[in-house]
Design a protein around this ligand. Structure first.
Ligand code: R5P
Length: 273
């Protein structure tokens, strides 16, 4: 692997433990003003120093993230469909590699839609993006998107999609956690990280999901809603970090969450007294 590419990847997946906590805030590119991400700057600011990297679009990066803060950026470069449109798989590359270099990003990210109407275009785009990324030493994160069909999240489908992404040269793959997740990880020769998906009923559920994924071999998370849709996002990202980087158990992570939540509650109560 070329030095530059290896160095950029090391900003995302930390070489010390080969894991990473990526904070996903790119949802607006097809969901618009997602709940609790309506004002991206407000959502991102308290979490910035707690994320190993930040996944987002150029629009939110330029408008809502302080350029003086040295957080590694994973730039979403695909898009072109919306949640109210006909087909979420109808994406193309929308941001150039030249723009990504201008923004000093650590990786490029795009979705692939295996088994969907625009499967072919998304896979060819992935191959082309890897070609360009390799030319400039920028790694590519492939997102195995399922569109509205959340039931696609099983080991057979996700294993297929992740493996295909790696065969096209993706340096890192993001997918969903599922039963028998070790099969997905073991058949994908590049690091696999998990999205959290829609917010789960409780923070404990999200911590369990994170723990199960790490135990099954995931290299970390690219998590959004289960962090910043929590009423206690800072406590949540710290608890997730403990699982990813310190091998914390679910119980230990929950204790971290509860402790920080209680402190936050106490501060709030004191300031409104
Ligand atoms: C979806 O394709 C977006 O790229 C999100 O970044 C991804 O789903 C991760 O966020 P969440 O944990 O909220 O699912």
């Amino acid at each position: 692997m070329d030095w530059g590419l290896k160095n950029r990847l090391a900003r995302i997946i930390k070489p010390q433990d080969r894991r990473g906590v990526m904070l996903a805030v790119d949802h607006g590119y097809f969901l618009g003003p997602t709940e609790k991400l309506e004002e991206p700057r407000k959502t991102i600011a308290p979490l910035l120093s707690l994320a190993d990297s930040l996944m987002l679009t150029r629009g939110v990066l330029r408008t809502s993230v302080d350029a003086n803060f040295p957080v590694p950026v994973v730039l979403r470069v695909s898009g072109g469909a919306s949640i109210i449109g006909k087909d979420l798989s109808n994406e193309k590359i929308t941001t150039s590699v030249k723009e990504a270099i201008r923004l000093n990003v650590s990786a490029l990210a795009m979705s692939i839609f295996v088994g969907a109407p625009h499967e072919h275009e998304s896979l060819v785009s992935l191959g082309n993006l890897v070609n360009e990324g390799e030319e400039y030493g920028i790694p590519v994160l492939a997102v195995t998107a399922v569109g509205k069909e959340l039931e696609k999240r099983d080991a057979r489908y996700l294993g297929l999609a992740c493996r295909i992404a790696s065969e096209f040269g993706a340096h890192l793959v993001k997918t969903y956690y599922c039963e028998n997740f070790e099969k997905v990880v073991n058949s994908c020769p590049v690091p696999v990280i998990i999205a959290g998906g829609p917010k789960l009923a409780t923070e404990l559920d999200a911590l369990k999901l994170t723990h199960d994924a790490i135990e099954a071999g995931a290299a970390g998370v690219d998590m959004g809603r289960n962090i910043w849709q929590s009423d206690y996002p800072v406590a949540m990202i710290k608890a997730v970090r403990a699982i990813v980087h310190q091998n914390a158990t679910v119980k230990e992570a929950q204790e971290i969450f509860n402790k920080l939540k209680d402190v936050k509650k106490a501060v709030k109560a004191a300031s409104s007294a």
